[in-house]
Design a protein around this ligand. Structure first.
Ligand code: SF4
Ligand code: SF4
Length: 104
C-alpha cells in the first residue's frame, strides 16, 4: 500500500508534509506535494485525512482489496467521508463524525 498525490489537484497547502510521521512528503519548486519513496509509506493515512482537495489517493494492499482499489477522503463540515473505490470503480462512502471519531 502507498499513497499517490495528484499534482493537478494539489494546491500546495503543505498540511500533508506537516502530519506525515515519517517526513516522506516534500514540495516541488512549483509548490506541489510529492512522496519521494512510496515504498517507505506505512499507510497511517494522516496525510489523506488532512488533504482538503482530494489530491491524495491511498492504494489498498492485496489483503484488503489490491488491484488498483483505493481510498480518498472528502471533508464535509463536521464529517470526514471516506470514499472507497474498488477495482471495478464502484465507490462506497463511510461517513465519520470528526467530533466523535474516538467512538469508532
Ligand atoms: S500515509 Fe502516513 S506514512 Fe504514508 S505518506 Fe501519508 S502520512 Fe506519511
Ligand atoms: S494536503 Fe493536499 S493540497 Fe495540501 S500540499 Fe498535501 S496534497 Fe497538496
Amino acid at each position: 500500500m502507498s499513497i499517490k498525490i495528484d499534482v493537478n489537484k494539489c494546491v500546495g497547502c503543505g498540511k500533508c508534509l506537516e502530519v506525515c510521521p515519517g517526513s516522506l512528503i516534500y514540495k516541488s519548486k512549483d509548490n506541489k506535494a510529492y512522496i519521494k519513496y512510496e515504498k517507505d509509506c506505512w499507510g497511517c493515512t494522516a496525510c489523506l485525512k488532512e488533504c482538503g482537495v482530494e489530491a491524495i489517493k491511498y492504494y489498498l494492499g492485496p489483503d484488503i482489496g489490491g488491484n488498483g482499489s483505493y481510498l480518498y477522503t472528502k471533508k464535509d463540515k463536521n464529517f470526514l467521508n471516506w470514499h472507497i473505490v474498488n477495482k471495478e470503480g464502484h465507490e462506497s462512502v463511510l461517513k465519520i463524525n470528526r467530533k466523535e471519531s474516538n467512538k469508532y
